[in-house]
Design a protein around this ligand. Structure first.
Ligand code: C2E
Ligand code: CA
Ligand code: CA
Ligand code: CA
Length: 277
């Protein structure tokens, strides 16, 4: 790209070129990926910890790129957020989740679908209307959905985020604070927002069988959530010791590799049958 120096001369900067061209092509590839059906909806089961009963799934998106193969969300969600593409992607995830919800309902399964929202989604005043539209087209209830938001995503524009969240909540959708404990001023938001669920970040859960500090943090977070009248969910349960500890601490729900890794949504019913067998 051409760049003007302080002395007025215009110079060529190959670095800028590379960076912005790469971004441009990544953005156009993301746009194409929707048309070419390259995104995949994976789901991870969410369980009642005391009984092992499956109560829902979390939707987690993946990208199967024609040349680069399997790409995890951490490698394209931040970029999708920066460019605004996330709004398109979120609508795709909501659409797919609603279709899955309808399929589960048709089989007599009343499970909750958890969907991740990002900062941009919370600033998107059209989102509640679009979501209502999707629910209507698939004939599914708003109460079958829980939207997961992070503390940092609320921080960007707390006033507008609160507006969006209040509209969604008024529709009957549940709200969850994801990655709880990793952001800033979590407590202030807990007080002000219409939240139903608090999700303890996996960084505190994974090693809690070995780490006494992690155990103290998890225990306090569970108590805090309960005192605020919220349901508490632990993510990142990787072994049975952690599961048992969480039951003893009164944590209601959990998810983790120990029960199941996220799987393609069309494999979920088979998994569920095996789990219940
Ligand atoms: P997250 O919402 O905190 O999701 C939990 C992540 O932890 C997932 O990674 C999941 O596969 C992983 N996980 C679950 N159980 C365990 C466990 O027992 N041990 C360990 N080590 N990890 C576990 P994933 O699928 O790679 O997603 C990463 C992040 O990408 C998500 O974190 C979320 O922030 C974002 N993401 C994924 N899908 C979407 C989406 O559809 N929309 C948006 N906005 N963000 C998404
Ligand atoms: Ca999540
Ligand atoms: Ca998390
Ligand atoms: Ca996360």
């Amino acid at each position: 790209a051409a760049k003007q120096r302080k002395d007025g001369a215009v110079v060529y900067d190959p670095e800028i070129d590379q960076g912005s061209q790469q971004s441009l092509s990544l953005l156009s590839e993301l746009r194409r990926a929707i048309d070419r059906d390259e995104f995949r909806l994976h789901v991870q089961p969410k369980l009642m910890l005391a009984s092992g009963k499956v109560v829902g799934v979390e939707a987690l998106v993946r990208w199967v790129h024609p040349e680069r193969g399997f790409i995890g969300p951490d490698d394209f969600i931040p970029f999708a957020e920066k460019t605004g593409f996330i709004r398109t992607l979120t609508r795709w995830v909501l659409e797919q989740s609603a279709a899955l919800c309808a399929e589960l309902n048709a089989r007599g399964l009343d499970l909750k679908l958890s969907v991740n929202l990002s900062t941009r989604d919370l600033l998107d005043l059209e989102l509640p209307g679009k979501f209502a539209d999707i629910l209507m087209r698939h004939q599914v209830r708003s109460s079958s959905f829980c939207l997961e938001i992070t503390e940092s995503s609320i921080m960007d524009d707390p006033v507008r985020a609160q507006q969006t969240l209040e509209r969604l909540h008024a529709m009957g959708v549940e709200l969850s604070i994801d990655d709880f404990g990793t952001g800033y001023s979590s407590l202030a938001y807990l007080k002000r927002l219409p939240v139903d669920e608090l999700k303890i970040d996996k960084s505190f859960v994974q090693n809690m069988a070995r780490d006494a500090d992690d155990r103290k943090i998890v225990r306090s977070t569970i108590d805090l959530g309960h005192n605020m009248g919220l349901r508490v969910v632990a993510e990142g349960i990787e072994n049975v010791e952690v599961w048992h500890l969480l039951v003893a601490m009164g944590c209601e729900q959990g998810q983790g590799y120990f029960m199941s890794r996220p799987m393609p949504s069309d494999q979920f019913l088979d998994w569920l049958q095996r789990w219940q067998a």
